[in-house]
Write a protein that binds this ligand. Structure first.
Ligand code: GAF
Length: 399
């Protein structure tokens, strides 16, 4: 029997689909109905890695897996957030929101959005929020951009803020850079907010110009297989920051605003001006990767979808050999997928773990997944998670 001083057991986490879980979590925690529900997806990047913070090009797409926030406004400027990741809700006020780092853990992504909005002079409404998610955490599928973007959509609507959606990616990125402290670029938030079903998002990260590129896998008889390597993220944050520093330092030495400004035709001449082999390889990755994005877009526009495979594989080799951001589990997944007949395969995301994507014939998806799983078993790696995905829509309010 439970004694009188024992803490009350938290209610069991709600079951069901992600929107139902967010709604049920809201009712359980706050004893009221939410005013609405807002969703934002995870993403994969088809090609264009570590190019965003070099003012370059990326081609991600939004995933069907989503994070949903059920929310209601409150009269005072305070924010209470419950997530199914945690039994206890987190509560903070303006003092914690205005000091980056004061709210730790997953709730920092929520506090960061409040911080970025307040710093932009927006009258952010106080709110109660409940978060549920199907985007796996720590797999490199942008669960952080998903929560930031769903919370941002909720707060903009609840406060009737004058903030067009084109400005949301920069604000959500600011939350991550300035409050959470991760020096990421603008790709993830753009994909998650501006993604469109059936399309990949061609983004110029300098101008933020977006072009929706049709990416109809079904019509081409193809599938994108995503393999979660389940590799532990080793030093990912420090390595990401150090890659970014090398690129910025190289741009400074070369006298250009960003590596995007190095023309591939002048790459060898630019490399010759750099002081060491490591920096040369970092620059070569970024400059060639930008070109691979442009080549991929050209092929997709010409409806030559299968032919992007070699560009994906070349991108992987560049990340492995020049940018040095892959790990054995990731390389194994790529090699096994290619050996099993994938048209192309590459790591997607920041690196040091996370996911691989492979472009495969739809009819071969199961066989390629099985081949990757077998290769993992042979190498003694923990079994990977595999799924096929299609481009889905970006952040939105749910009915
Ligand atoms: C992470 C970052 F968040 C992105 O901004 C991008 O730099 C990516 O790594 C690498 O392409 O997802």
């Amino acid at each position: 029997m439970t004694g009188p001083t024992a803490p009350a057991a938290p209610p069991a986490a709600p079951a069901g689909d992600v929107a139902a879980r967010a709604t049920a979590g809201f009712r359980q925690r706050y004893g009221a109905e939410p005013a609405g529900r807002w969703a934002a997806p995870g993403r994969v990047n088809l090609i264009g890695e570590h190019t965003d913070y070099n003012d370059g090009f990326v081609l991600p797409f939004a995933l069907p897996m989503r994070t949903v926030v059920a929310a209601a406004p409150r009269d005072e400027p305070r924010w209470t957030v419950w997530s199914e990741l945690d039994d206890e809700p987190v509560e903070f006020g303006p003092a914690e929101a205005d000091e980056p780092g004061r709210v730790p853990g997953w709730a920092a992504y929520v506090a960061g959005v409040v911080w970025a909005l307040r710093a932009a002079g927006q009258p952010v409404p106080g709110a109660r929020l409940a978060v549920a998610s199907d985007v796996p955490v720590g797999s490199g599928l942008s669960s952080s951009a998903a929560i930031e973007s769903a919370v941002l959509a909720a707060l903009v609507d609840l406060g009737d803020l004058d903030l067009p959606a084109e400005r949301w990616p920069r604000l959500a990125q600011r939350a991550e850079n300035g409050y959470v402290g991760a020096p990421t670029g603008i790709m993830d938030q753009s994909a998650v907010i501006r993604g469109r079903a059936g399309h990949a998002l061609f983004l110029d990260c300098r101008t933020e110009q977006v072009d929706q590129i049709p990416f109809d896998l079904d019509a081409a008889g193809l599938a994108v297989l995503v393999v979660d390597s389940r590799a532990p993220h080793r030093h990912a944050d420090g390595e990401y920051a150090s890659r970014r520093r090398s690129c910025e330092e190289a741009a400074r030495i070369l006298g250009v605003p960003a590596l995007r400004d190095i023309d591939p035709a002048g790459l060898d001449a630019a490399l010759a001006k750099l002081p060491d082999d490591e920096t040369r390889r970092r620059v070569r990755h970024v400059v060639t990767e930008d070109q691979r994005v442009l080549d991929t877009v050209a092929l997709l526009r010409a409806n030559r979808v299968r032919e992007i495979g070699p560009l994906l594989t070349a991108s992987h080799a560049s990340m492995r050999d020049d940018f040095e951001i892959t790990v054995p589990e990731i390389d194994t997944a790529v090699e096994a997928a290619l050996a099993a007949g994938a048209h192309g395969a590459r790591m997607t995301g920041g690196g040091f773990g996370g996911c691989v994507l492979a472009l495969v014939d739809a009819s071969a998806a199961d066989a390629v997944a099985a081949a990757v799983t077998a290769a993992y078993a042979e190498r003694g790696f923990a079994a990977p998670a595999t799924r096929t995905v299609r481009p889905a829509g970006g952040a939105s309010r749910l009915a």
